[in-house]
Design a protein around this ligand. Structure first.
Ligand SMILES: NC(=O)c1ccc[n+]([C@@H]2O[C@H](COP(=O)([O-])OP(=O)(O)OC[C@H]3O[C@@H](n4cnc5c(N)ncnc54)[C@H](O)[C@@H]3O)[C@@H](O)[C@H]2O)c1
Length: 283
């Protein structure tokens, strides 16, 4: 990893999982870190952990689905540090269900975080980063679920296909204006993180999942168990973040942490071009 002394690294969803490990690695490499997260106590714990290693840290509590909050965060980052070198737009949540039964509130929540969160972060940071007279990067966390469909989690798949598409467009538009900012999309398969706890971060005080009949049903319970059960079996977060850092440093656009899935990605494109329907993998 390069030396990041004097550089500023921004991480949304930096209190847990992939974002927390990204923050640790760049702090160890000398960067000042700006964290933004919806979970206040975990955010403070993370900020303290980084400070005890000597890092300069700005920690701001907020919701990426709230554009005003992300805009205020960006203002505070530029006021505090005067520059931004890397933005990891990483906050994300997951749900499960059938399209016809999953509550619309799930879609509102999930698309607000996983899609609009990326839009808000790009809007708040990229114009000012473009005006800087040095190269910088914005790294959007999509998922392998932005390249391969997972029958269990329709809102998540829709959000991650959107994340990949909007990151490509962002990169094209930055190239179009001759910006020194490059966009990247990260597409991990399963990584061992706290993503299975994301229902605790719902930003909908008026919506109680315990009141929704589908979210109490056997079908939902089975589907959610697949999500929760897979995460502890995933790649260690340290290994995933190593690949992400290498990808950004080598200016890779599409950063794939699990190359074992590459043949499946090629196979999906071939299947679509053949006119065949997607193939159901029995659970
Ligand atoms: N873990 C995996 O297997 C996996 C695979 C592919 C992609 N991803 C993606 O990686 C990213 C990071 O997830 P993770 O696995 O580290 O999960 P995680 O739950 O460990 O970390 C996500 C962080 O985002 C924060 N967050 C959630 N909602 C937020 C909001 N509205 N505003 C601000 N912060 C919010 C959480 O508090 C948490 O700190 C997500 O975009 C996720 O979709 C994860």
């Amino acid at each position: 990893m390069k030396d990041y002394s004097g550089k500023v690294v921004v991480v949304t969803g930096g209190a847990h999982g992939i974002g927390a490990e990204i923050a640790r690695r760049y702090a160890q490499a000398g960067a000042a870190i700006a964290l933004f997260d919806i979970e206040a106590p975990a955010l403070e714990t993370m900020a303290e952990e980084l400070r005890t290693t000597g890092a300069t840290v700005l920690a701001v509590h907020g919701d990426v689905a709230d554009y005003a909050a992300v805009g205020d965060f960006a203002d505070r980052v530029f006021e505090s540090f005067g520059r931004v070198d890397l933005v990891f737009s990483n906050a994300g949540v997951i749900s499960a269900g059938t399209i016809w039964e999953e509550p619309v509130e799930d879609w509102d929540w999930l698309l607000g975080v996983n899609v609009k969160g990326l839009v808000h972060t790009a809007k708040a940071f990229t114009a000012r980063m473009s005006a800087q007279d040095f190269p910088s990067d914005i790294v959007n966390t999509a998922s392998i679920a932005g390249l391969l469909t997972v029958e269990n989690s329709p809102a998540y798949v829709a959000s991650k296909f959107a994340a990949l598409g909007l990151t490509e467009v962002l990169d094209l538009q930055l190239q179009g204006i001759g910006s020194p900012v490059r966009a990247h999309a990260v597409c991990p398969a399963v990584v061992s993180t706290d993503l299975g706890r994301c229902n605790e971060h719902r930003n909908q005080p008026e919506f109680n999942p315990a009141d929704h009949p589908y979210l109490q049903s056997t079908d939902y319970t089975k589907r959610w168990a697949v999500v929760e059960g897979s995460l502890p079996l995933g790649m260690p977060v340290e290994d995933a973040v190593e690949v992400i850092i290498e990808g950004v440093e080598s200016n890779t656009f599409l950063i794939l942490t699990h190359p074992a899935y590459n043949p499946a990605i090629a196979g999906r494109v071939q299947l679509l071009l053949s006119g065949s329907h997607p193939q159901l993998v029995q659970r």
